[in-house]
Design a protein around this ligand. Structure first.
Ligand code: HEC
Length: 165
């Protein structure tokens, strides 16, 4: 009896989780004005979700680096690892036919593919270096590595991300 109820509750939890993800996807896809991402494979939606996930790892690390949250070495290592895993993921979603609203990607993404790839690689390398720095559990070592990650995000945005459509 009891076990059945626990099982049912777990299943309800899973369903709520899935619904939450679906809702988030829909909200993200709706962008400024024009509803759901109807493009095959929804590349713009997918890459935006991945960039948002990056922010969710970067922000808590930033708070620790800036001393606005207690430095928790174990948590920092986990967050750096998550960012590293994410660092390789958005790029496959910049497909040739994926320059459509509400993207903020600039035409340079498609016009200067070698530069775009170089900016990705710079960031991927910086994210890898941050994992190594995090493992030192030494904030003096972490700080410059974290700054390098942030400036690799910023450098790419400057060249490849523009104002919203
Ligand atoms: C190699 C280039 C590149 C790097 C590196 C990069 N980004 Fe971006 N980012 C982009 C582009 C291009 C877009 C626009 C995507 C779109 O709108 O289709 C974007 C969009 C975003 C968005 C907006 C997502 C949305 O919902 O509109 C956020 C947030 C973001 N990036 C955060 C980051 C963070 C944080 C990092 C580093 C940890 C990072 N990005 C690294 C190119 C990059």
């Amino acid at each position: 009896m009891k076990e059945t109820r626990v099982f049912a509750a777990t299943r309800a939890g899973v369903h709520l989780g899935v619904m939450g993800m679906v809702l988030t996807g829909l909200l993200l896809a709706s962008g400024c004005s024009n509803g759901e991402d109807t493009h095959p494979g929804q590349p713009v939606t997918h890459r935006k979700i991945l960039f948002k996930q990056m922010v969710r790892t970067l922000e808590p690390m930033g708070l620790m680096v800036r001393g606005r949250r207690d430095y928790d070495p174990a948590q920092f290592i986990v967050l750096a690892g998550q960012l590293k895993d994410l660092s390789t993921k958005p790029w496959v979603y910049f497909t040739p036919d994926s320059n459509y609203p509400p993207t903020r990607a600039k035409p340079d993404v498609w016009d200067k593919p070698a530069d775009f790839r170089a900016a990705q690689q710079k960031f991927i390398n910086a994210a890898n270096a941050l994992v190594t720095a995090a493992q030192s559990r030494n904030m003096d070592t972490i700080k410059p590595s974290f700054a390098a990650v942030e400036s690799s995000c910023k450098a790419c945005h400057q060249q490849f991300r523009g104002i919203p459509h």
